[in-house]
Design a binder for this molecule. Structure first.
Ligand code: MF3
Ligand code: CO
Ligand code: CO
Length: 249
């Protein structure tokens, strides 16, 4: 974790907007009949066109520019060729570099017209947990536990399983930097977050139990009980007074 200069912050704003536009377009393309591989190919083309760096390609051996995870797959999915079906829940997680600074954002979308009530609860609860985590950043002096407690509070209220073995983190020079930002915790505890640092906040939740496994492909993180998972992520800047979402339009 390192406070960024104003020029770096401006670069991350610009890169973050480009990422957000691409992610929104990919979400609109996430429809029954389209494969994750096809969505990821669109992402690769758009990353190139926007002058972004595909930093995930080759990261720890990952062989794509983005992660796409379906249903009980919650994160780190290697985009596959099997077409998305009506009713699938698809997580799109896009990581890019811009001027050598890294940005990361994810959304989970329902492929179909009207999600069933439990899926609606999952998507809304996880999205609101992200919002609450960001709103818990009160500027210079915010502690990690403040964010964690805020995300946990929402996920608990929505009666969702909180993934414990995967966490948010600082980001910028590398994809994953210290400190970790768990999605459960206690207000007023943990490392202090000074203004100027950039964080990936990313609640991950399920309709069932919180335990996870790694799928046979060696990448996709799946819910052990086969329940459906969701994940929303933004890269944010801690400011003097609060937080600024860098990966928003
Ligand atoms: N985008 C992921 C995150 O939010 C990182 C994926 S790393 C991979 O932390 F190797 F699994 F792709
Ligand atoms: Co991500
Ligand atoms: Co992350």
């Amino acid at each position: 974790m390192r406070a960024k200069t104003s020029a770096e912050i401006e670069a991350m704003r610009q890169g973050g907007k480009k990422l957000a536009q691409i992610l929104q377009d990919l979400a609109a393309q996430t429809q029954p009949g389209v494969s994750p591989k096809e969505i990821a190919d669109m992402a690769a083309a758009e990353i190139k066109k926007a002058g972004l760096q595909p930093v995930l390609q080759g990261y720890e051996g990952f062989d794509n520019v983005m992660c796409i995870s379906v249903n009980e797959g919650i994160v780190h999915g290697m985009p596959g060729k099997r077409p998305i079906k009506e009713g699938d829940i698809v997580n799109l997680d896009l990581t890019v570099g811009y001027k050598n600074l890294i940005l990361d954002s994810a959304v989970s979308v329902y492929a179909g017209l009207t999600p069933p009530a439990d899926v609606k609860r999952l998507l809304e609860g996880t999205r609101k947990a992200l919002e609450a985590g960001i709103n818990a950043i009160r500027g210079n002096g915010t502690r990690v536990g403040d964010i964690s407690a805020a995300t946990q509070d929402v996920l608990d209220r929505y009666k969702l399983g909180i993934i414990r073995d995967l966490v948010g983190h600082a980001i910028g020079d590398k994809i994953h930097e210290e400190p970790n930002i768990p999605n459960y915790g206690v207000t007023g505890t943990g490392p202090v977050l000074p203004a100027g640092v950039t964080l990936a906040i990313e609640p991950m939740a399920s309709l069932g139990d919180w335990h996870i496994d790694t799928a046979k492909d060696g990448w996709t993180v799946v819910m052990r009980d086969g329940s459906i998972g969701a994940h929303f992520e933004h890269t944010v800047l801690v400011t003097e007074k609060g937080a600024e979402i860098l990966t928003a339009l």
